[in-house]
Design a protein around this ligand. Structure first.
Ligand code: HEC
Length: 398
C-alpha cells in the first residue's frame, strides 16, 4: 500500500465508523422488533428479544427462588409432595389454587412465610413451569406465527391467541375460526391492508400525473399569469391539512362523498399537488430549451413533447416523488379516519384498534409494525435506484 492510499484509508475511518454506528442505531431496534414479533406473548413478557434463543422455560427462575430450596431441582425432593407427578399438579388448574397452599401448615410448619410469597404473576409462571415439568402442558414454542395471525385477523381479546381461543371455545360471535374468512372480514386487518391499497395507489398516481402536466405547462407553455400561478402554488404548500378538514367534510357531505374512496383520493390529490408540481417543475424547468425547440420545429405538439421527451427525462424525479407520496398516504391515519372511518377502515385505523388503552397486547404491535412496513419496504427496495437519482436530481447539474 503506498502512502497516498494509506492516508486516504485513514481519512475515511471516521466516516466509515460513523456509518457503521448509524446503521447499528437503526438496525438493532428493527431487528429486536422483528425477533419479538415472532415470540409468544409469555416469552415477550419474561425476557428481552436478545434472550430469544437462550430463554429457558417460563418460571424457571421463579421456581428456583421460591420453591427450589425445599422441593429440589427435580421437583421430587419431598416424597409426599412430588411436584413432578402429574396427578398432584393436575389438582392445580389455576395459580390461585397454588397460592392457596402457601399459608397452609404442613407438619406444624407454615408452608411459605407471608413475606416470602411469590406475587400473582410469579405464581402463575411457577404453575406453568410445574405443569410443563410434569408433562401436563406442552412447553411453549420459542417462535410462533401467532402474533401475525392475531394481527391479520384483528384479534385482540384477552385469554390467549386466536388459535388457542378458537381451539378451546370454537367460533364465537362473528368469528368463524377459518383464518382466511376471518382475515378478510370487513373489520379485519388483512382487509384493512387491501383498503389501504385501494386508497394509496390512485392517491399516488393521480397527483403525480396531474402534477406532470402542470409542471410542463408552467415551465414550457406561454400563458398569462404563469408566474403568479406558480407563486400561488408555492404558497399553498404552507396550508396545513387540518385547516380544511371541516369545510371539505361539509362539502363532501353535500356531495355524498363522505365514506367513499373517491373522496379520499381527491383529498390526497389536492394536498399532494402543490408540492408535486413544485418539485417536478423545478426539474422539468431546467431541461435545456434547445431540446424543446427542435422538437417543436419538427412539428411535435405539446402532448407529444411531454410524452416523448419530458416524461422519460423526469422519471427519476417522478419516481422519487411517487415513493414519498405513497409512503405519506400509506401511513396516513387522519384523513382516512375522517373521510373513510368505519366504512372502509384502512390498515392504520385497524392497527390503532389492536392495543387496549392500558398498553396491553403490545406484543401484537410488533407484528403489526412489520405488516405495515412490509409494503413500503418492498416499494423502497424496488425503486431504490430511482430514489437516490431523484433526490440528487435537483442538486447536481448533469
Ligand atoms: C420451606 C420449604 C418449602 C418451600 C420454600 C416450599 N414448599 Fe411446598 N411444601 C413443603 C412441604 C414440607 C410440603 C409438605 C410435604 C408433605 O406433605 O410432607 C410442601 C407441599 C407442597 C405441595 C403439595 C400440597 C399437597 O396438596 O400435597 C405443593 C403443591 C407445594 N408444596 C408447592 C410449592 C411451591 C409451588 C413452592 C414455591 C412457590 C413451594 N411449595 C415452596 C415445603 C416447602
Amino acid at each position: 500500500m503506498n502512502k497516498e492510499r494509506f492516508v486516504m484509508f485513514v481519512n475515511r475511518i471516521p466516516l466509515n465508523l460513523a456509518i457503521i454506528v448509524l446503521c447499528a442505531i437503526w438496525l438493532l431496534p428493527t431487528l429486536g422488533l422483528f425477533i419479538t414479533s415472532f415470540r409468544p406473548q409469555q416469552a415477550v413478557n419474561e425476557s428481552g428479544w436478545w434472550m430469544a434463543l437462550a430463554a429457558t422455560r417460563p418460571g424457571t427462575d421463579e421456581y428456583q427462588t421460591y420453591c427450589g430450596q425445599c422441593h429440589g431441582e427435580n421437583y421430587n425432593a419431598l416424597p409426599n409432595a412430588d411436584l413432578s407427578s402429574p396427578d398432584l399438579i393436575a389438582q392445580y388448574r389455576r395459580s390461585i389454587q397454588l397460592s392457596g397452599t402457601f399459608n397452609r401448615e404442613y407438619n406444624g410448619v407454615i408452608h411459605i412465610p407471608e413475606d416470602q410469597h411469590p406475587d400473582a404473576q410469579q405464581t402463575a409462571d411457577i404453575l406453568d413451569h410445574l405443569r410443563i415439568a410434569s408433562g401436563l402442558q406442552e412447553s411453549p414454542p420459542r417462535f410462533t406465527f401467532a402474533n401475525y395471525k392475531d394481527v391479520l385477523v384483528g384479534y385482540s381479546a384477552r385469554g390467549g391467541t386466536y388459535d388457542e381461543v378458537c381451539a378451546a371455545d370454537g367460533p364465537s360471535g362473528t368469528r368463524t375460526c377459518d383464518f382466511w374468512t376471518d382475515a378478510t372480514a370487513p373489520n379485519a386487518v388483512l382487509r384493512g391492508m387491501i383498503n389501504s391499497f385501494i386508497v394509496t395507489v390512485p392517491a399516488t398516481f393521480l397527483p403525480i400525473i396531474l402534477a406532470g402536466f402542470a409542471a410542463y405547462a408552467l415551465s414550457w407553455m406561454d400563458f398569462n399569469g404563469r408566474r403568479v400561478m406558480f407563486a400561488a402554488l408555492v404558497g399553498l404548500q404552507i396550508v396545513p391539512l387540518q385547516m380544511v378538514l371541516v369545510p371539505i367534510f361539509r362539502m363532501y357531505t353535500d356531495l355524498g362523498l363522505n365514506g367513499t374512496f373517491l373522496g379520499v383520493w381527491l383529498f390526497h390529490t389536492g394536498f399532494g399537488l402543490p408540492y408535486a408540481i413544485y418539485l417536478i417543475r423545478n426539474f422539468v424547468g431546467r431541461l435545456p430549451a434547445d431540446l424543446f425547440e427542435s422538437a417543436y420545429l419538427d412539428g411535435a405538439n405539446h402532448f407529444t413533447v411531454f410524452r416523448r421527451i419530458v416524461l422519460p427525462l423526469a422519471l427519476p424525479a417522478i419516481a422519487a416523488l411517487a415513493i414519498f407520496q405513497f409512503l405519506w398516504v400509506w401511513n396516513d391515519l387522519l384523513v382516512a379516519l375522517i373521510f373513510l372511518g368505519n366504512n372502509a377502515p384502512v390498515l392504520t385505523y385497524q392497527l390503532s384498534q389492536l392495543v387496549d388503552s392500558l398498553g396491553g397486547g403490545w406484543h401484537r404491535m410488533t407484528a403489526a409494525a412489520f405488516i405495515s412496513i412490509a409494503v413500503p419496504l418492498l416499494i423502497f427496495f424496488a425503486f431504490q435506484r430511482f430514489f437516490v437519482r431523484g433526490l440528487l436530481a435537483g442538486s447536481v447539474k448533469g
